[in-house]
Design a protein around this ligand. Structure first.
Ligand code: NAP
Length: 303
C-alpha cells in the first residue's frame, strides 16, 4: 500500500507507474481534479491527507517547495497526524537539504522513517519510469523501499544520510542549468552563421558535447516548443536552493549565476510557466536574432 501526495506533472506519472507495477496506490492532490484523472489507472483518490496516511506502509510526497512539504507532512491536517509508527515517508520533491535533515529528525522522534529521494529525468522520465533517483537516509530503510523506487526509476543511488539526496539533486541542477544555457547559446551561435540547427544537433550529439539537455531540449528549442516539461519557475526555485547551500560554504557559482539571470529574464517577461528550453529566448534577445526562424522547423517542413 502506497500513499501518494501531489499528482502534478511529475507525481501523476509516477503514481501511474506504481499502480502499473502492482502497488495499491491511494492518491491525494490539493486540486482534486488532478487526482481523479488517475482513477482510470486503478488509483484510489483520498479525501484528505489522513485518509492517505491511514494503512499506508509508504507515503510519497511530490509537491513543490520546502514549505509545501512541511505543510502536507506536519501541518494541522497533515500526514503525521495519521501516520502509523513504523511507516516510511519518502519525499521526492526538490527541497532544502537542511530542512530535510531537520524534518527527518523530527519524524524519527515519532517512529517514522524518512528518505529524501528527489529525481531527475523530466516529465518524460517520469512517464517512462526511467527517472534517476538520488536517495538520502538509512541504508536498511533504503533497501526495503528499493522496489518502490524501481517502479518509477532506473538509476537509483543511495548517496548518504538524510539531506544528501537533496544535496545531490542540487548538484544535478547546477549541471542542468549551465548545460541548458550552453545548448541555447551554441544554437544561437550556429543560427547566426546560417547553420541548419537540426543537423547541427545531430552532428554534435554523438561527440563529446552530447548531453540529455542537448538531445531532449535542443530539438524543442529549434521547433519553438516551449511546453513544460520542467517549468522555468521550478528551476528558479531549485537555483535559489543551490545558491543558499553554496553561501553556507562560500562556494562561488559563476556559471550557475548567469543561467539564473537568463531564467529571471524569462520570468520577468511572463514565461515562468514555460519549459526550461525557453532559455533560448533570453539568449536570442541578447544576440538580436531568432534562432528558431533561421531554419525551417519540423512543423514548417511539413506544411
Ligand atoms: P507541478 O506540476 O507544479 O506539481 C506540483 C504539485 O505540488 C501539485 O500537485 C500541487 O498541487 C502540489 N502542491 C504544491 N504546493 C502544495 C501545498 N502547499 N500543499 C499541497 N499540495 C501542494 O510540478 P512538478 O513538475 O510535478 O514538480 C514537483 C516537484 O518535482 C518539484 O519539487 C520539482 O522541482 C520536482 N521536479 C520536477 C521535474 C520536472 O521535470 N517537472 C523534474 C525533477 C524534479 P496543486 O495541483 O493543487 O497545485
Amino acid at each position: 500500500r502506497v500513499g501518494f501526495v501531489g499528482t502534478g506533472i511529475m507525481g501523476a506519472a509516477m503514481a501511474r507507474n506504481l499502480a502499473k507495477a502492482g502497488y495499491s496506490v491511494t492518491a491525494w492532490n490539493r486540486t482534486r481534479s488532478k487526482a481523479t484523472v488517475l482513477e482510470n489507472d486503478g488509483i484510489r483518490v483520498a479525501d484528505s491527507l489522513s485518509d492517505v496516511a491511514r494503512d499506508a506502509a509508504v507515503i510519497i510526497t511530490m509537491v513543490t517547495d520546502t514549505p509545501d512539504v512541511i505543510d502536507v507532512v506536519e501541518g494541522p491536517e497533515g500526514l503525521t497526524a495519521a501516520m502509523a509508527s513504523g511507516a516510511t515517508l519518502i519525499d521526492m520533491s526538490t527541497i532544502s537539504p537542511k530542512a530535510t535533515k531537520e524534518l527527518a529528525g523530527r519524524l524519527a522522534a515519532r517512529g517514522i522513517a524518512m528518505l529524501d529521494a528527489p529525481v531527475s529525468g523530466g516529465s518524460w522520465g517520469a512517464q517512462q519510469g526511467t527517472l534517476a533517483i538520488m536517495v538520502g537516509g538509512d541504508p536498511e530503510v533504503f533497501e526495503t523501499c528499493k522496489p518502490v523506487f524501481e517502479a518509477m526509476g532506473q538509476k537509483i543511488t543511495l548517496v548518504g544520510s538524510n539531506g544528501m539526496g537533496q544535496l545531490t539533486k542540487l548538484v544535478n541542477q547546477v549541471l542542468v542549468a549551465g548545460t541548458a544555457a550552453t545548448v541555447a547559446e551554441a544554437l544561437v551561435f550556429a543560427a547566426a552563421h546560417g547553420a541548419n540547427l537540426s543537423q547541427t544537433i545531430e552532428a554534435v550529439a554523438g561527440g563529446a558535447s552530447g548531453s540529455w539537455q542537448l538531445a531532449n531540449l535542443g530539438p524543442r528549442m529549434v521547433q519553438g516548443d516551449f511546453a513544460p516539461g520542467f517549468m522555468v519557475k521550478l528551476q528558479q526555485k531549485d537555483l535559489r536552493l543551490v545558491i543558499e547551500s553554496a553561501q553556507d560554504k562560500n562556494v562561488p557559482l559563476a556559471v550557475t549565476s548567469i543561467a539564473r539571470e537568463l531564467f529571471t529574464d524569462l520570468e520577468s517577461r511572463g514565461m515562468g510557466e514555460e519549459g526550461t528550453q525557453a532559455i533560448i529566448k533570453s539568449i536570442e534577445k541578447r544576440a538580436g536574432i531568432e534562432a528558431r526562424q533561421s531554419v525551417p522547423s519540423n512543423n514548417d517542413a511539413e506544411k
